[in-house]
Design a binder for this molecule. Structure first.
Ligand SMILES: *Cc1c(COP(=O)(O)O)cnc(C)c1O
Length: 390
């Protein structure tokens, strides 16, 4: 591997050349079932004809203008996101971490606008993941992302997920907001129960805090609803999106109520690329597909099939698999053997899956997979369990 690329990643020695639907082909001509989707990015799989043609059309028409001018695709995507969520307004950027930066800035500006500039701290939860910028590693709070990058950006406090007393105790005069993933995805597919989400909402209301949900991985249909917090019935003040929103094109978004965004007036925030015409063509094309009648129901259906097949498999292989959890097509398999052994053994059987924290192997297939893809993944995992079980 070339030293010209800064070695910040531990990479597998495979290079892919081409993708088609749920499959990837490497430079040696090997075919892989893609249940990693570039980490929940390729929600429509590879080479989806509508997404490809919309990107091609827009690239040939107008790629970029900057945010000095109106961008019609941005207005359209924002209006569609607003029409289909709790939000009144949307800021576009290029990644999940940037979306969270916008959320954090909006929360600080909100209290500034209310005459309480001393309220700037954000409470997050142990084991969370919010990105790799200086502020979002501080929000994430784990030693493994902070190590050597000190001093830690001030203004973030972590509490154990589910410990309501610790959450209440962490709230002080300087607290501005709570930031939570509806399911801690990188952390190991650990869900926040509906009751807990409702309790967090009540705590925010009591203390005058903004509730911010990080839906970078859970959003855009991944759990069978457009946004995962919808399952709890709770309405947040701010939600962040990334990953699946562009279907493979880099897009991020920060959604907010008009009240929560009231401090974000002209000049307060910006991005050169954010919401450019090409990115918005990708975002609108993805929405065309996932907002179509029956699409979410199909994600729920195929997700339930996958989860029940996995639960079945676990019962027969309980020396290898401890637990199967998740929602829709965000699935975590907690392993009794090292999770990387499963990830590697799956890849040896031409199925790509990512690991997660808590010794979990994840499955993040395209949202438009069919039953045959589930069969294929289950057959490979069955094989792997036989190999790794005693
Ligand atoms: C991936 C992820 C991020 C960071 O997104 P980037 O696009 O890598 O900056 C933030 N939050 C969650 C929940 C994620 O899964």
């Amino acid at each position: 591997m070339t030293e010209a690329v800064m070695p910040t990643y531990g990479r597998v020695d495979i290079a892919f050349e081409r993708g088609e639907g749920a499959y990837l082909y490497d430079t040696e001509g090997q075919k892989f079932l893609d249940f990693a989707t570039g980490l929940a990015v390729l929600c429509l799989g590879h080479g989806h004809p509508h997404l490809v043609s919309e990107i091609q059309r827009q690239a040939a028409t107008l790629m970029h203008t900057s945010n000095l001018y109106r961008i019609s695709g941005q207005e359209r995507l924002a209006e569609r996101l607003v029409a289909n969520t709790f939000a009144d307004t949307v800021f576009f950027c290029n990644s999940g971490a940037e979306a969270n930066e916008c959320a954090i800035k909006a929360a600080r500006r909100y209290h500034h606008e209310n005459g309480q500039p001393e309220r700037f701290r954000v409470i997050t939860f142990e084991n969370c993941f919010h990105g790799r910028t200086l502020a979002t590693i501080a929000a994430t709070g784990q030693e493994k992302v902070l190590d050597g990058f000190g001093p830690k950006v001030d203004g973030f406090d972590q509490v154990p997920l589910g410990d309501i007393d610790a959450l209440r105790a962490a709230i002080g005069d300087a607290t501005a907001a709570i930031l939570v993933e509806p399911i801690q995805a990188e952390g190991g597919v650990l869900p926040v129960s509906d009751q807990l989400m409702q309790e967090i909402r009540r705590i925010c209301d009591d203390a005058g805090l903004l509730l911010m949900v990080d839906e970078v991985q859970t959003g855009m249909g991944r759990t069978g609803r457009l946004l995962a917090h919808e399952w709890s019935g709770v309405s947040p003040d701010i939600a962040t999106l990334g990953k699946g929103i562009g279907g493979g094109f880099p897009v991020g978004a920060c959604l907010a109520t008009a009240e929560a965004a009231k401090g974000m007036v002209p000049g307060t925030h910006g991005s050169t690329y954010g919401g450019n015409p090409l990115a918005m063509a990708a975002g609108n094309a993805v929405l065309d597909v996932i907002l179509a009648d029956g699409f979410m129901e199909q994600v729920q259906y195929i997700g339930d099939v996958l989860l029940s097949r996995l639960e079945d498999l676990r019962r027969r292989n309980d020396s290898v698999i401890e637990e199967v959890r998740g929602k829709g097509l965000l699935v975590g398999i907690k392993c009794k053997v090292p999770n990387m052994d499963l990830v590697t053994a799956m890849r040896a059987r031409n199925v790509l899956v990512p690991p997660a924290g808590d010794n979990v192997m994840r499955m993040l297939p395209p949202l438009n997979i069919e039953a045959s893809h589930v069969d294929e993944a289950i057959a490979a995992l069955e094989d792997v369990c036989r190999e790794l079980g005693q």
